[in-house]
Design a protein around this ligand. Structure first.
Ligand code: ADP
Length: 427
């Protein structure tokens, strides 16, 4: 167990590709941190620098108070689980898990105890005698995790460990990781491109883009107080709707107006939002207005945004109504109670919707910055004090992309284990 400190960590590949920019983060002992962002944003590079698998171009990394910039991977007291978990195909599950400990010359009795404990935690005791080819993808991944657990590392690093699993298995393994975390109780850094994984697993989430940290916060913070348009769009599904709108300041009060001229729908922002905008000295201006689909409500009132239905999707517990409004596509999520069947609305049906002032996010048109944040360093804006707004539900499950076909276990495999003692002759 250990805390970590990343200070102005930077990575430039080949003197040209800047993969990670001035990454600053303090990670508490036993915290579960998730690095999330689109492909190529620098997540894996950051993790690999913590592991010692990539040299750091600039900055400092501390694990448990010890500077590790030049410490080799095997001396960092960490364990890493990769997306492409490689198991020795000719060894049983037991031997795969025990392998690293054997290399370190642990007594047989200790190895046996550790392997059985890990198997118990991962619920794979009955599989210990099998070879990897007789395991499902999820089971193999558990074995790979088992191999990491027996090290009892100070820090657990996971790089997209679930990406090779199909959607159902991925959901299952996600809850397994939550349980695992409670059982092994150590510090975790977990990399994923999947915002649902990030939201469900992380104590705090680090959202990255193009090598820059966009925001660090709890799932609730990044969902309810996105620092900028990128975070707003990345976190939450269906995605936040973004409108061209106007922020109007009248003395101490703030309103947003969406829609044109006389047809504009004006809503007063919540007192908390008004206070934050006042504190930042924000004046009337055109804005990007962000409204989450689940925070839009259909209304009979004339004072509303007018829209026409394109398509409505029945999702079981809710209907996702896609409408055209203000010259763009807008999604409205209408939750259904047990009794409601949620009739599909035919295309072209006129509807009206409104929203609460607590659910409106206003962003700078030029920079995309959330106007409720004081202008701060780009990399890590302070989250405004937590104010709950609208229904505080977590984002709905994402639509899963078709996962890559799970790879079979290769016949012969080089298992580079940079965290094991050098030896590696066995197997
Ligand atoms: P992510 O994990 O978020 O998908 P990576 O950390 O793998 O992103 O990559 C960040 C950036 O660094 C990308 O632009 C990627 O192409 C580049 N990159 C990663 N590894 C190397 C490498 N070994 N040599 C050169 N460029 C690399």
């Amino acid at each position: 167990m250990a805390d970590l400190s990343l200070r102005k960590v930077k990575k430039v590949y080949d003197n040209t590709v800047v993969a990670v920019q001035a990454f600053d983060l303090e990670i508490a002992d036993k915290e579960f941190i998730v690095l999330v962002g689109p492909s190529g944003c620098g997540k894996s590079t950051t993790l690999r620098m913590v592991a010692g698998l990539e040299e750091i171009t600039d900055g400092e990394i501390y694990i448990g108070g010890r500077k590790v910039n030049t410490v080799s991977p095997k001396d960092r007291d960490i364990a890493m689980v990769f997306q492409n978990y490689a198991l020795y195909p000719h060894m049983t599950v037991y031997d795969n898990i025990a392998y690293g400990l054997k290399l370190r010359k642990f007594p047989k009795r200790v190895i046996d105890q550790k392997v059985r404990e890990a198997a118990e935690i991962l619920d794979i005791t009955e599989l210990l005698k099998r070879k990897p080819k007789a395991l499902s993808g999820g089971q193999r991944q558990r074995v790979a995790i088992g191999r990491a657990i027996v090290r009892e590392p100070q820090v657990f690093l996971m790089d997209e460990p679930l990406s090779n699993l199909d959607a159902k298995l991925r959901n299952q393994m996600r809850s397994e990781i939550i349980k695992l975390r409670q059982k092994v109780n150590t510090t975790f850094i977990y990399v994923t491109h999947d915002q649902t994984e990030a939201m469900t697993l992380g104590d705090r989430i680090v959202i990255m883009r193009d090598g820059f940290v966009q925001q660090v916060g709890t799932p609730q913070e990044v969902f309810h107080h996105p620092a900028n348009l990128f975070v707003a769009g990345f976190i939450g599904t269906p995605q936040m709707n973004i409108f061209d709108a106007r922020l109007v300041r009248e003395g101490e009060r703030y309103f947003v107006a969406v829609g044109e001229g006389a047809a504009a729908h004006t809503v007063e922002l919540s007192p908390e939002k008004q206070a934050r905008l006042r504190a930042c000295g924000v004046e009337s201006q055109p804005v990007k207005l962000g409204l989450r689909p689940e925070h839009l409500t259909l209304t009979e009132s004339d004072d509303a945004v007018y829209a026409a239905v394109d398509v409505s999707e029945m999702m079981g517990s809710a209907v996702h109504i896609h409408v055209s409004a203000c010259g763009q596509d807008v999604v409205i999520v209408v939750p259904l109670s047990e009794e409601e069947d949620g009739e599909a609305l035919p295309m072209g049906t006129p509807v009206r919707f409104t929203f609460r002032g607590s659910a409106a996010h206003v962003f700078d048109v030029e920079t995309g910055r959330n106007l409720e944040y004081p202008i701060a360093r780009e990399s890590e804006p302070e989250a405004p004090a937590g104010e709950e707004q609208g229904p505080a539900e977590k984002p709905a499950a994402p639509t899963e992309e078709a996962p890559p076909a799970p790879e079979g276990i290769p016949e012969r495999e080089t298992l580079d284990d940079p965290f094991a003692e050098d030896d590696g002759q066995e197997g």
